[in-house]
Design a protein around this ligand. Structure first.
Ligand code: SF4
Length: 220
């Protein structure tokens, strides 16, 4: 519960953050939501249109699919913590700039220190490359856990596709389901090898970029 109090207090502080230019165009800071003591934390890229308006990460169609995938492994939104690398919406959902990432990174690392998750699941290319510190894209590394230090915390990094990818490429849903199916074992410390089906069985599909139609639907 102490973690919850501290996280709440840190969220209130962050609500007034002006460390980077994204403070100018935002409706509000989208800090994160869910269980402050969660063992499983999801990290996406940045708030989109609806997130910026509602102040909650992963609302809209991608958020609904994330909830369905969670239900498939017996979890709900309130069992996990969901956040983004950037807490404010980039204008027009453009790509985050390096100085914005650098400015906002301490917020994410502090969240991780306070929540103390065992598994940090990165959603999509951007969060995966940033947190893994490796240039490998999501097509190469999805479904493969990696011990890593984030902030002051050792966690199991678990890259998965952004749920929005399955909205545009239905075959991706099977891959997402397969990668989600391994999460319960990762949470309990049993880490069986990735199933063969976790390997890409199709030509790499570019993740929907913030400039793709997803933007119009407000999925990011
Ligand atoms: S994006 Fe992050 S660093 Fe920039 S103003 Fe928002 S909370 Fe602060």
């Amino acid at each position: 519960m102490a973690a919850g109090t501290d996280l709440h207090a840190y969220g209130e502080l962050t609500a007034a953050c002006t460390r980077c230019r994204l403070a100018e165009g935002r409706t509000q800071v989208v800090f994160g939501s869910g269980d402050p003591d969660a063992d499983l934390m999801f990290v996406g890229e940045a708030p989109g249109f609806h997130e910026d308006k509602q102040g909650v990460p992963f609302v809209g169609q991608a958020g609904k699919l994330l909830e369905r995938l969670l239900e498939g492994i017996g979890l709900g939104r309130s069992d996990v913590y969901i956040a983004n690398v950037l807490k404010c919406r980039p204008p027009g959902n453009r790509d985050p700039q390096p100085d914005e990432i650098e400015a906002c990174e301490p917020h994410l690392f502090r969240q991780i220190e306070l929540i103390e998750p065992r598994v940090v699941a990165t959603l999509g290319n951007f969060a995966t490359k940033l947190l893994s510190g490796r240039p490998l894209g999501i097509t190469r590394v999805h479904g493969q856990e990696q011990e890593i230090t984030l902030g002051a915390r050792n966690v199991l990094l678990y890259p998965i596709y952004h749920p929005a990818a399955a909205l545009y490429t239905p075959a991706m849903l099977k891959v997402l389901e397969s990668d989600f199916a391994r999460i319960p074992a990762l949470l309990t410390g049993a880490t069986p090898a990735a199933p063969a089906s976790a390997a890409p069985v199709f030509e790499p599909v570019p993740e929907p970029s913030p400039a793709a139609p997803a933007v119009q639907l407000g999925l990011f």
